[in-house]
Design a protein around this ligand. Structure first.
Ligand code: ADP
Ligand code: ADP
Length: 216
C-alpha cells in the first residue's frame, strides 16, 4: 500500500474543535482520488499531514510502509523529497528562474535529475518553446503546466494537487487536468486531487468527501 491513514486526528493549538477526528484511507499505486469538502473542512490540513509538513496528534500516516508520525522534521523532509510531489493553486514557481530551471529544480534537490524525463515532460506539456522564458511571461495555464513538469520530474510516487486549476478558466482547466491525469497515470503514481469543482471531481473514479472530521 502506498498511502495508509489510520484513525488520524488533528486539533490545532488553541482551537476549540478537532479538524480531523479519525481519518482512515488506503491508496494504492496508480489510484486517483478526488477529495472534496466544504471550505474549512480540513482538506489542506490532511494534505499537510500526508506531505509531512505537519504531524498528526494520533493515528498512523504511512507512505510506502514508513510511518511519518515518529519522524522528526528532517526525517519527514527526506522522505517527502522525491516521494511526494505537490501542485498548488498558485503555481508557486520561482520567478527568478527560467522555465527550464524551474522544471529541473526539484529533481536536482531530490538527486533525481533525469534529462530524458525532463525532455519528455516539457515536450508533452507543450513547453518546448518556452524553456528560456520566465514565469511572468507565461499565461496561467502555461505556468501550471510548468509546475506539473517540475513536480513530476523527480518521479514521485504520490502527487498531491490542491485546487490545481482553481486559477484557470474552464477550458484551460480541462486541458491541464487531462495532461496531469495522463502523465500521472503513465508513471503509475497515485494522485489526490483536492477540488471544490464537482466537474473536476467527477473525472476521478474514486471520490471522498471530508465532513465533520471524517472521510465519507
Ligand atoms: P480546507 O482546506 O478544507 O479549507 P483547512 O485544513 O485549511 O480546511 O482548515 C480546517 C480548519 O482548521 C479551519 O477551521 C481552519 O481555520 C483551521 N486551521 C487551519 N490551519 C490552522 C492553523 N495553522 N492554526 C489554527 N487553525 C488552523
Ligand atoms: P494557499 O492555500 O494559500 O493557496 P499554496 O497554493 O501556496 O497556498 O499551497 C497550497 C497548500 O499546500 C498550502 O496550504 C501549503 O502549505 C501546502 N503545502 C506546501 N508544501 C506542501 C507539501 N510538501 N506537502 C503538502 N502540502 C504542502
Amino acid at each position: 500500500m502506498l498511502l495508509r491513514l489510520r484513525h488520524v486526528t488533528k486539533t490545532y493549538p488553541a482551537a476549540t474543535a478537532a479538524v480531523l477526528r479519525g481519518v482512515t484511507l488506503d491508496l494504492d499505486r496508480g489510484e486517483m482520488l478526488a477529495l472534496t469538502g466544504e471550505s474549512g473542512s480540513g482538506k489542506s490540513t490532511l494534505l499537510h499531514l500526508i506531505g509531512g509538513l505537519d504531524t498528526a496528534d494520533s493515528g498512523v500516516v504511512a507512505i510506502g510502509g514508513t510511518d511519518l508520525t515518529p519522524l522528526n522534521d528532517v526525517g519527514r523532509a527526506g522522505l517527502r523529497r522525491g516521494t511526494v510531489g505537490v501542485i498548488f493553486q498558485q503555481f508557486n514557481l520561482i520567478p527568478s528562474l527560467t522555465v527550464a530551471a524551474n522544471v529541473a529544480f526539484q529533481a536536482r534537490l531530490a538527486g533525481r535529475h533525469d534529462a530524458g524525463r525532463i525532455r519528455m515532460l516539457t515536450d508533452r506539456l507543450g513547453l518546448v518553446d518556452h524553456l528560456h522564458k520566465y514565469p511572468e511571461q507565461l499565461s496561467g495555464g502555461q505556468q501550471q503546466r510548468v509546475a506539473i513538469a517540475r513536480t513530476l520530474a523527480p518521479q514521485p510516487d504520490l502527487v498531491l494537487a490542491d485546487e490545481p486549476t482553481g486559477n484557470l478558466d474552464e477550458a484551460t482547466a480541462d486541458t491541464v487536468m487531462t495532461m496531469l491525469q495522463e502523465l500521472v497515470g503513465e508513471t503509475g503514481a497515485a494522485l489526490i486531487l483536492v477540488t471544490h469543482s464537482e466537474r473536476l471531481a467527477s473525472r476521478m473514479l474514486r471520490r471522498l468527501r471530508l465532513h465533520a472530521g471524517r472521510l465519507e
